[in-house]
Design a protein around this ligand. Structure first.
Ligand code: SF4
Length: 343
């Protein structure tokens, strides 16, 4: 059910929002040679850089046969400035092999493609799904990021087990109908919406199904094995007293650690209170953040928290309730601090 919903949403989004690119025309999609050239050029190179190279390449070498007949120097000249020249040499070598052994046609099987120079699992998946309409998955950097977030994959996406998991997920998602467009939709989502920094989850077609968004882990995924530098973060917790009880809030769904309780860190809308002296601080590590949380004694002067639904659930809690409810780690330490300082 979830899989078909995901497929439907992604395909619909792709049909409406995919960028118009020279290798996305119907004619190209049916031509394995042109799909192959675009995929090789797009490896390690940005789309805007690739466009003029791709167009010039196809003017110079419109077919595999033309490429196979070209002199090595002409092939390298056409690639000049694109970098990673091994890609051009492999294209040329493969074109010659395809003419020699496959009557000038790229094989339509995974094993046949993988046996050719410079064609790995990703490129084979792209050619088979986009040009041949076969139900074959693909995973590149963009797809890995999207799948890691969508399914909350915590393994290092570059590790053997992480890669195996992603390929398995990709394989289980790709539909029999329009497999190429579906694979392209994942890549396009990764390139334009589910970007490495600042993903635009608010306009993502699969946000309702996204595990990372639900658990507040979007910025932490994918796990690429690199440990980000630890950050030192100062925070404060406002202990707003009212007749021996403290104001606390339960984190709502969509927030990290949803369902856990915390003290407010800012004055609360609807509540009038003083912000008093610091009674102590606690240190707490969470992921790569080193928190220093200062607890301030505050006193209620009147009012109740407003907009309950949007800001989480608020309540006034006595000591027994504070001891019983589940708190976020740093604020559990603040509950302990209250005992230490005799509040
Ligand atoms: S909701 Fe956000 S994190 Fe999840 S897939 Fe969409 S853009 Fe990526």
């Amino acid at each position: 059910m979830q899989t078909s919903e995901m497929q439907k949403q992604l395909l619909r989004w792709f049909d409406r929002h995919a960028r118009t690119l020279p290798w996305r025309s119907r004619a190209v999609r049916r031509d394995p040679y042109r799909v192959w050239v675009s995929e090789i050029m797009l490896q390690q190179t940005q789309v805007v850089t690739v466009i003029p190279y791709y167009q010039r390449w196809l003017r110079l070498f419109p077919t595999i046969g033309a490429l196979a007949r070209a002199k090595p120097a002409a092939v390298l000249k056409a690639w000049e400035g694109l970098g990673y020249y091994r890609r051009a040499r492999n294209l040329h070598a493969t074109a010659r092999e395809v003419v020699r052994c496959h009557s000038g046609r790229l094989p339509a099987t995974r094993d046949g493609l993988l046996a050719l120079p410079g064609i790995g699992r990703y490129t084979a998946g792209a050619i088979l799904s986009i040009a041949f309409g076969q139900r074959e998955p693909l995973v590149d950097g963009n797809v890995a990021r999207v799948l890691a977030r969508l399914f909350g994959v915590r393994q290092n996406v570059k590790s053997g087990t992480g890669q195996a998991r992603l390929w398995k997920l990709a394989g289980s998602l790709v539909p029999a109908k329009r497999p190429g467009a579906f694979n392209e939709s994942l890549m396009e989502l990764g390139a334009t919406v589910c970007t490495p920094a600042g993903p635009r989850c608010d306009c993502c077609p699969v946000r309702k199904l996204c595990v990372a968004l639900r658990l507040g882990e979007v910025e932490r995924l994918p796990n690429t094995g690199k440990r980000p530098k630890s950050r030192f973060v100062r925070q404060r917790a406002l202990l707003i007293w009212r007749d021996g009880r403290l104001l606390i809030r339960r984190r709502r769904s969509g927030e990290s650690m949803c369902g856990l309780w915390e003290f407010p860190s800012e004055p609360v809308a609807g509540v009038r209170s003083t912000v008093g002296e610091r009674i102590g601080s606690i240190r707490h590590s969470v992921m790569n953040d080193q928190l220093l949380v200062a607890a301030h004694d505050c006193h209620w002067l009147g009012g109740e928290p407003i907009r309950q639904g949007e800001t989480g659930c608020w309540r006034w809690a006595d000591r027994a309730t504070l001891a019983r409810l589940p708190f976020i780690g740093a604020h559990r330490k603040i509950v302990g601090l209250l005992v230490v300082v005799g509040r």
